[in-house]
Design a protein around this ligand. Structure first.
Ligand code: F3S
Length: 396
């Protein structure tokens, strides 16, 4: 792999041990995947933030690093709402460790905003063709597919290395040839809202880590594409998908339809809603969570409308980024009037606060896939309307 003089000196340790370690990780990945060089990236999004997932070993690793991010860099959700962790029932010991992790990242010049939807944040925009080093799988899928930017599914350490060096290795989804669809997915039925998360949940299992192009009947919204990508990335390992006539690269590149085709039928979508696979019949839903990925302003608006004049009778979390919540205080107030909680900086999967529930209702294909294994909690699927009905115990 070609390195500039400065990169070679960095690798030799001339600019300190942290930068040496960081570039060593990038070069090692580049060598494994056949990169020709390092390329500048516009921003980094770093996973490995929740104390629940990285533990003491992760905290120690980050704390030992010395240096400053050279590009805008942001964090994935932490294990708790950094301001209201006590309301979530988080233990002080966990909160202390979580705060230490955030401080360690802050010392490295990373912005301590914790979200899987960095694209909603002001000053953190990504555009078509921008090279990024993002690591949360739904954010990666959104950046590649909906924005048309270019990022691999970075691990936490490689995204942090990219933030410190300002570059990443030029391989995978940074290259034109890796972005071509290799599989067609035909869906000849009307879909809306959570149907897209269900579609991603079903299709991702078959697609695995390939690049699909969807041929859909309608034109999904940005929020629906977000749900589709998050589920594709969780039940499969999709980092980039196209939708004919909708996503920017499909519009510009006019891809040839791949020979391999997968058709998804209505029954397969319905099965996701009906299966309640994990929640046993005798298990009543005891928590409802929405906002996986973190809610957009539009989603908050829909939830506020659905909850207007109602009171929730079960625990209900609405997960979003602190920035979006602070930008829309009226929506937050309206939602919380019902008793539902706006939860920032964290989510139902990476926080230990959901571990003690028995059955969680979600409107996200990604949460449906992850909650049982990562929280030890059974999960069931519903549209946002069904989630609200479950929370307020409205039988109609
Ligand atoms: Fe985001 Fe947590 Fe879902 S990180 S995509 S809300 S699992």
């Amino acid at each position: 792999m070609y390195l500039t003089k400065k990169e070679e000196k960095t690798l030799e340790g001339e600019y300190g041990e942290t930068l040496r370690k960081a570039i060593e990780i990038l070069v090692a990945l580049g060598d494994i995947y056949g990169a020709d060089s390092l390329i500048p990236v516009k921003s980094a999004q770093i996973a490995g933030v929740s104390y629940k997932t990285i533990g003491d070993a992760g905290l120690e690793w980050i704390s030992d690093l010395k240096g400053k991010a050279r590009i805008p860099a942001i964090l994935n959700p932490a294990g708790m709402d950094m301001m209201r962790w006590q309301d979530m029932g988080i233990e002080p010991e966990f909160a202390g460790k979580q705060q230490e992790i955030i401080t360690a990242y802050e010392n490295l010049g990373i912005r301590t905003k914790c979200t899987c939807t960095p694209y909603y944040l002001e000053g953190f925009d990504a555009g078509y063709g921008d090279h990024l080093a993002w690591s949360e799988s739904s954010a990666v899928c959104y950046a590649n597919s909906v924005i048309g930017a270019r990022t691999n599914r970075e691990g936490g350490p490689s995204a942090l290395s990219a933030a410190l060096v300002g570059k990443t290795a030029n391989y995978g989804y940074h290259l034109d040839e890796m972005r071509e669809p290799v599989m067609a997915v035909t869906v000849d039925i009307d879909l809306s809202g959570a149907d897209y998360g269900a579609l991603g949940y079903v299709a991702g299992r078959v697609i695995g880590n390939r690049v699909p192009i969807f041929y859909l009947k309608g034109k999904p919204s940005g929020d629906e594409l977000k749900s589709l990508g998050a589920a594709l990335a969780a039940s499969g390992a999709v980092a980039l998908y196209h939708v004919e006539g909708v996503t920017p690269e499909a519009i510009r590149s006019k891809f040839k339809r791949p020979d391999e085709n997968l058709t998804i039928e209505r029954e397969q979508i319905l099965e996701v809603y009906e299966s309640e696979t994990e929640c046993k019949e005798e298990q009543e839903t005891d928590i409802i969570t929405v906002g996986c990925p973190h809610c957009s302003p539009g989603e908050l608006k829909d939830i506020a409308r659905l909850l207007a004049g109602k009171n929730v009778r079960k625990e209900m979390w609405i997960c979003t980024s602190r920035e979006v919540a602070e930008r829309y205080p009226d929506l937050v107030r309206d939602i919380e009037k019902s008793g539902a909680k706006i939860v920032c900086d964290t989510c139902m999967v990476v926080s230990p606060a959901t571990n003690n529930y028995r059955c969680m209702m979600v409107n996200s294909g990604k949460a449906l896939a992850y909650v049982p294994s990562m929280c030890g909690v059974a999960s069931r699927y519903g549209s946002i309307e069904q989630c609200v009905r479950e929370a307020v115990q409205d039988e109609s």
